[in-house]
Design a protein around this ligand. Structure first.
Ligand code: SF4
Length: 391
């Protein structure tokens, strides 16, 4: 199904996700299958949207403006069940201006899809949660072994594709420090430098609905989710990767990164990310207050199109839905992206709030329009309760 990627607003360069039928790779940690056991792709519906002439919805505008499409966030595009649909989809993707962001563990049909896309070179995100084929056989039994994925990654990089290696989800039991160092050196030797890393995220809610089989296969990694060790471990990994010269992407990390600039240079238009604003703040080379106008300028500035217009209905407000129900309910009208960003800036309750980012702290000041003034000094505040800065 082709859907707006609303759950990834300000974190993902793609504006849309096309996910096919339920993926049968059987990964123990698969959030998509844990949340919803059966899904279907609706290939025809997606293709119809690509060619729709009349622009009637916000999604139509985003598509026409050329924002990228991720394939796929909730289903691997190259499983035996899905690859034919992916190849069919690619035959139409070549006809539209939108960039393609392939997210996969590799599999049948991948070469064919890349051939069809030709010069419209997708960015290729390849998941490697472990380098050990025996561990992968337990936690990702249907996917090609990681040794094969790494071989494909290097081959694609040699052929000029921008390849992102995703240690996602990351758990110490699957990717211990020594195992992270080995592929890191290997990837660097091949000049692959882009790494995505995110922790294994099993919320209390998700833990409650896990089957015994998933619990057994994830084993001690789940204990680290319960104790919070998994979060600490990923922080250590991020520091190691950056020190090693990798270009890292991690939600909310307190570092500058050219990760998204490199994607943008390949895909053309991309969605804005919090990292854009973090980079801006580091580049100012001064500590001090930061304002909503600066945030708005960095996130929306120069994008034009859908980012400058007022949209009827609740399309823009929808970006709040998966980020925090309370904020979504409290803000009945969000007609423009500036309005949405104002909520992201001022309201700390939802997941995409910039106030949740460890680099930004609230001050006791407001700007003339009543927006919070935040504080940035390049230092991460990882405490549960951040101090309010008195100006
Ligand atoms: S490959 Fe991705 S979509 Fe498929 S089961 Fe694994 S995590 Fe889920």
């Amino acid at each position: 199904m082709l859907e707006r990627f609303i759950g990834a607003y300000l974190f993902q360069p793609a504006a849309f996700d096309y996910s096919s039928d339920t993926c049968r790779n059987g990964c123990a940690y698969c959030f998509a299958n844990i949340n919803q056991a059966e899904r279907s792709g609706n290939l025809q519906g997606a293709i119809k949207k690509f060619y729709k002439q009349e622009i009637t919805t916000y999604d139509d505008l985003l598509l026409r403006d050329g924002y990228p499409i991720c394939i796929s966030n909730r289903s691997d595009p190259f499983t035996p069940r899905n690859w034919r649909d992916t190849v069919a989809l690619c035959q139409h993707l070549v006809n539209i201006p939108n960039g393609v962001y392939l997210q996969t563990k590799c599999g049948p049909g991948m070469d064919e899809a890349l051939d069809i896309l030709g010069d419209k070179r997708p960015v290729v995100y390849i998941t490697v949660t472990t380098i050990r084929d025996d561990i992968a056989a337990v936690i990702e039994p249907g996917a090609p072994p990681p040794s094969e994925r790494l071989r494909i990654a290097k081959d694609l990089h040699r052929r000029g594709y921008l390849v992102l290696i995703a240690v996602n989800p990351c758990a110490e039991q699957w990717m211990p420090p020594g195992d992270l160092e080995a592929p890191c050196d290997d990837l660097k030797a091949s000049d692959i430098r882009h790494i995505v890393i995110e922790m294994l995220d099993m919320s209390k809610q998700r833990l409650k609905v896990l089957t015994q089989s998933r619990i057994a296969r994830m084993g001690a990694a789940l204990d680290d989710c319960r104790t919070g060790r998994v979060q600490m471990y990923v922080r250590e990994c991020v520091q190691y990767l950056i020190k090693s010269g990798m270009i890292v992407c991690k939600k909310g990390m307190p570092f500058r990164s050219s990760f998204f600039d490199d994607i943008k240079s390949r895909l053309g238009k991309t969605m804005p990310t919090h990292q854009d604003f973090v980079n801006y703040c580091f580049d100012r080379k001064k500590s001090g207050p930061v304002t909503f106008d600066e945030f708005d300028q960095v996130i929306r500035g120069g994008r034009g199109g859908v980012f400058d217009v007022s949209i009827k209905g609740s399309a823009i407000r929808d970006y709040l839905l998966r980020a925090g129900f309370i904020s979504w309910k409290a803000n009945q009208r969000v007609p423009t992206h500036r309005d949405l960003l104002r909520i992201v800036w001022n309201d700390p309750r939802h997941r995409i709030s910039i106030q949740k980012h460890c680099l930004f702290r609230l001050t006791d000041q407001k700007d003339p329009e009543g927006n919070a003034v935040l504080w940035f000094d390049g230092k991460a505040d990882l405490g549960q309760k951040k101090e309010v800065i008195r100006l």
